[in-house]
Design a protein around this ligand. Structure first.
Ligand code: BG6
Ligand code: MG
Length: 213
């Protein structure tokens, strides 16, 4: 049994939901007449639903009440969940599936640390329900990444010291959160790679199995 644990971010690491986030936010932004593009969408990686809305509203020409904002995030989430229904185990790549199983067979404790409140639903859709030793997600936290709360919660659930946890992230906010938690941070894709705070830049998901033995 390994002493180390691996905490995986979900969106952008295990699976690719950003196109669905984009479509759902775009539908809302278009309805409100607010400019929104894929570049702005990139800024939403790792941040909570409400914080994402605040980023989108930077381009709005009027202010919205808290009540309106709550309604907007609910509307976006309903669209998003409809889109998530299109996901199936076929959306989990062979590379990710095989690497996860390899690491599990080597005795690593594995958890998810995601800002998403849809984490369990997504894991079910892609056939990973029950695979991880613990899940810490948007429903467990009050502060989203770059705050370390979600990773500290994951470490607590798997009973590991933060110093023994390796976080895999595609977002700079996630790398910041992992470092603030006192964990090792591996960057994969996105603005995590080369952000300057990461301990290691992974070449691919499968590279994890080469780096960790
Ligand atoms: C993160 C995504 O995993 O979850 C963010 O990278 C998203 O883009 C956040 O805003 C919250 O997701 P959800 O599913 O709770 O709206
Ligand atoms: Mg991510």
């Amino acid at each position: 049994m390994q002493t180390k644990a691996i905490i995986f971010d979900l969106d952008g690491v295990i699976c690719f939901t950003d196109r669905f986030h984009y479509q759902a936010w775009k539908q809302l932004a278009d309805r409100l007449g607010i400019y929104f593009d894929e570049k702005i969408n990139d800024r939403l990686r790792g941040v909570s639903r409400m914080a994402s809305l605040e980023i989108i509203l930077e381009r709005a020409d009027r202010a919205y009440t808290q009540e309106e904002k709550e309604a907007f995030t609910t509307e976006k989430n309903e669209t998003y969940r409809e889109l998530l229904k299109n996901m199936s185990p076929a959306d989990l790549s062979d590379e990710v599936r095989e690497t996860l199983h390899t690491l599990k067979s080597r005795g690593y404790t594995m958890a998810i640390g995601s800002s998403s409140k849809n984490t369990k639903f997504i894991l079910e859709r892609i056939g990973l329900a029950g695979f991880f030793d613990a899940i810490a997600d948007g429903t467990d936290i009050t502060r989203s990444k770059p705050d370390p709360e979600v990773f500290l919660k994951a470490a607590e659930k798997i009973n590991k010291d933060p110093a023994d946890c390796i976080v895999i992230e595609d977002a700079k906010a996630g790398i910041q959160a992992a470092k603030a938690a006192g964990m090792t941070a591996f960057a994969l894709f996105g603005d995590a790679r080369g952000c300057g705070l990461e301990d290691y830049d992974l070449l691919s998901f499968a590279d994890l199995a080469n780096v960790l033995n």
